[in-house]
Design a protein around this ligand. Structure first.
Ligand SMILES: C[S@@+](CC[C@H](N)C(=O)[O-])C[C@H]1O[C@@H](n2cnc3c(N)ncnc32)[C@H](O)[C@@H]1O
Length: 303
């Protein structure tokens, strides 16, 4: 709502509810019951100054609630944001995909849904339109039953999520069970420094700690270690990082080949691409491998 006419969002909602109730009273001489917690029919009202749009909401709960998420880590990505990042990255759905900071697995799960051609809302059971008077249940069941839901066999590439926190990896595995993804996505408990990326190059997308919500890290050191990890271990990969920590980004010490400005919730973020070149360019830019320093392990600060 953007209007100087109303001070409080509740007021136009009340006007709207009364208008609907009046219609029912005039037509049927009865008032509809309103269940404010679990409404059957949901309306959206958008107000821009004196312009108002009223629409029937066909989804109900927001569409990012895909129905597969049983539990999450502390700072999970919204599923739609994760899918959007994968689209923006240009990943071809046919090559290795890794997220070494995967938390409860949102990015690898969304990538696996795309790679298998499975609709992202396959696990979602409830939509507001199912309560509409003209809802055709048989038609919906046919559409739902016809949707592809068989994972591909023998993918020639890997989709792997890993995280240093064993508990979130359990959650990621739990989330996958709600989806028909078979063995097309794997999860491992691993510090990112120990990740061995599948051969043949591919795409990495991660949102490592920003130092905003998970703020018990020395985030600058972490990003420096991420830069070293890219240089040492990921030649042939296109690496994308989303973060709101612009100072920490600089510590990666690689020039991004693309910078996109995005919001993650209310956080102003960049989504930056780092192209890590094969062999000689890496050697040339960062020195021969026998002169490279071992990565510095950074630790959570002591409690
Ligand atoms: C912002 S969260 C990522 C959330 C994830 N995208 C999701 O949707 O659940 C950052 C993750 O980085 C992980 N992490 C922190 N340090 C790490 C390290 N050294 N190696 C691997 N993972 C690490 C944390 O455990 C946390 O799950």
């Amino acid at each position: 709502m953007h209007s100087t006419m109303f001070r409080h969002t509740q007021f136009p909602m009340l006007v709207m509810k009364d208008a609907i109730a009046d219609q029912f009273r005039a037509k049927y001489n009865a008032r509809p019951d309103v269940d404010t917690l679990h409404p059957n029919v949901v309306f959206d009202v958008y107000i821009q100054e004196d312009h108002c749009v009223v629409s029937l909401n066909s989804s109900g709960a927001p569409l990012f609630q895909r129905g597969y998420r049983r539990s999450t880590g502390e700072a999970p990505l919204n599923e739609v944001v994760a899918a959007g990042l994968i689209f923006l990255s240009g990943w071809d759905r046919n090559s290795n995909f890794i997220d070494p900071f995967c938390g409860s697995g949102t990015l690898p799960i969304e990538a696996a849904l795309m790679a298998n051609g499975i609709p992202s809302n396959i696990a979602r059971k409830q939509y507001a339109f199912q309560h509409w008077a003209d809802y055709d249940e048989a038609l919906w069941n046919k559409i739902y039953d016809d949707a592809p839901r068989v994972p591909k066999r023998n993918l020639s590439f890997k989709i792997i999520g890993s995280d240093t926190d064993g508990e979130v990896i359990l959650k990621a595995r739990e989330n996958v069970k709600a989806l028909p993804l078979g063995k097309t996505v794997e999860f491992e408990v691993k510090d990112f420094n120990d990740v061995i990326a599948p051969e043949g190059g591919g795409t990495l997308i991660s949102n490592p700690p920003y130092g905003e919500r998970l703020d018990d890290y020395d985030v600058g050191d972490l990003y420096q270690a991420i830069g070293n990890f890219f240089k040492r271990k990921l030649p042939g990969y296109t690496c994308w990082i989303m973060s709101s920590n612009f100072d920490a980004f600089k510590r990666i010490e690689l020039k991004p080949s693309k910078k996109l400005q995005l919001y993650n919730g209310s956080l102003d973020c960049d989504f930056r691409r780092f192209d890590i070149f094969q062999g000689s360019l890496v050697e040339h830019k960062y020195g021969p491998s026998n002169q490279r320093r071992e990565p510095k392990r950074y630790k959570k600060k002591e409690e």
